[in-house]
Design a protein around this ligand. Structure first.
Ligand SMILES: NC(=O)c1ccc[n+]([C@@H]2O[C@H](COP(=O)([O-])OP(=O)(O)OC[C@H]3O[C@@H](n4cnc5c(N)ncnc54)[C@H](O)[C@@H]3O)[C@@H](O)[C@H]2O)c1
Ligand SMILES: [Zn+2]
Length: 380
């Protein structure tokens, strides 16, 4: 089970989806010994690794060598960094590159990078020849605990993020925590927002552990980090295996995301990392939960304090309430003009309530407080 090389798999979480089940392996230094495991799980003869330059420069060599050592014919493809690469033009180019390489059903795609490369690779794997195997090797914290697990793949359209996609489960998710060493601090914090989210909706004990271990976690100490990654992945795996296609339970993972998406759209996806917007959206949702009588007082304060300790922003940005409303109304997750809004019932428990955009935005100040430097932030 454990890959060759000096690397060690420390924990494995199984994503249970019948014959499409797969393991999420969490280890240290595993990257250089992954080839055999990938070959075994995919049955492939060829491998195409997709990555971005910042990640490829550091980690692709090791992985490519190990794929070759496992007898796979390999190709490495780099796409430009940033979410702008997650589009249909890029997808078409990748199909061409796969054809040039002679990729067939016995070819495995390997996504080495953050959620952008994972979503893009997954979508190409889902659609090329009506579906070929793929493997996730996430290198951002966000991708490790969130994007790489669950099989959601997709690309952006000019009119919105993730509007085209498919469910396609990977054969393996392999996390090498050593790759986090080069991840910029802001990206790390953004990833922790998704960890906090899982604790807040699902597991009060886990939330307490995060509170206890903040310092060790931000320092990426493996003894603290590995069990936290494991638990975050376990929660995602459990939710996904009970509701693969987001009909009910999986919606809870949208905690904080309704406002986050509105905010990201208002900012045109600049300024805030996704996880930062999620932190703001979670604290807002926790305050709404209290105001609606769903959760006891103090819940939002506790959540806000934890976010702040991870260096995450928690305050809404000063757009007018009207602007938030407009943004909420175009959220693709809205149904029958009501949104399944995720509220907390306390730390560790959540549910959805159908709310109109007006009910959700009720706590946004009608017109933004003019703070220092906020003038340049006015919408559009
Ligand atoms: N499929 C899902 O369920 C799901 C869930 C959440 C997010 N997503 C998607 O994930 C994407 C966001 O993911 P992300 O935050 O990982 O962004 P990202 O993939 O753009 O990575 C963020 C940045 O980190 C850099 N980077 C990655 N790994 C690094 C490393 N080890 N060392 C140094 N730099 C590194 C990248 O080059 C990039 O600049 C979005 O496209 C979002 O839609 C998908
Ligand atoms: Zn998210």
């Amino acid at each position: 089970m454990s890959p060759a090389g000096q690397g060690r798999v420390l924990r494995t979480v199984e994503v249970g989806l019948g014959e499409r089940s797969y393991p999420v392996q969490i280890g240290t230094g595993t990257l250089g010994g992954l080839g055999e495991e990938i070959q075994r799980r995919s049955g492939a003869r060829r491998a195409v690794m997709l990555t971005v330059p910042a990640v490829g420069r550091r980690y692709a060599g090791r992985l490519m060598r190990s794929l070759r050592a496992a007898g796979l014919r390999c190709r490495r493809i780099e796409v430009a960094d940033g979410d702008a690469s997650k589009n249909l033009r890029q997808v078409a180019k990748l199909y061409e590159a796969l054809l040039d390489f002679g990729a067939d059903r016995q070819t495995v795609l390997v996504a080495l990078g953050g959620g952008m490369i994972g979503d893009l690779t997954g979508f190409v794997a889902a659609t090329y020849l009506r579906g070929i195997p793929f493997v996730q090797v996430p290198t951002t914290l966000l991708a490790m605990v969130d994007a790489s697990v669950g099989g959601k793949t997709g690309v952006n359209l000019a009119r919105g993020k993730n509007l085209v996609g498919s469910f396609h489960q990977p054969r393996l998710v392999s996390i090498d925590v050593e790759t986090l060493g080069s991840l910029p601090a802001r990206e790390r914090a953004a990833g922790f927002a998704e960890v906090i989210k899982k604790a807040a909706i699902w597991d009060a004990g886990f939330f307490g552990r995060l509170e206890r271990d903040v310092e060790a976690l931000t320092a990426l100490e493996p003894d603290a980090l590995v069990p936290v990654l494991e638990q975050a992945v376990r929660i995602k795996a459990e939710v996904v295996s009970r509701d693969e296609r987001e009909q009910g339970l999986r919606m809870l993972l949208n905690f904080g995301h309704t406002m986050a998406h509105a905010l990201e759209a208002l900012l045109r996806y600049r300024k805030l990392r996704h996880g930062e917007a999620v932190a703001i959206g979670m604290v807002y949702a926790a305050r709404r939960s209290e105001a609606l009588g769903c959760s006891p007082p103090g819940t939002a304060d506790r959540l806000e304090r934890l976010c702040q300790r991870f260096d995450l922003p928690t305050q809404l940005l000063p757009f007018e309430r009207r602007a938030y409303l407009t943004a909420l109304r175009v959220d693709k997750k809205k149904r029958d003009s009501r949104i399944h809004y995720v509220v907390l019932e306390g730390i560790g428990r959540a549910k959805t309530v159908p709310l109109t955009p007006a009910q959700i935005a009720a706590a946004v100040p009608r017109s933004p407080q003019r703070k220092r430097g906020s003038r340049g932030r006015r919408q559009r």
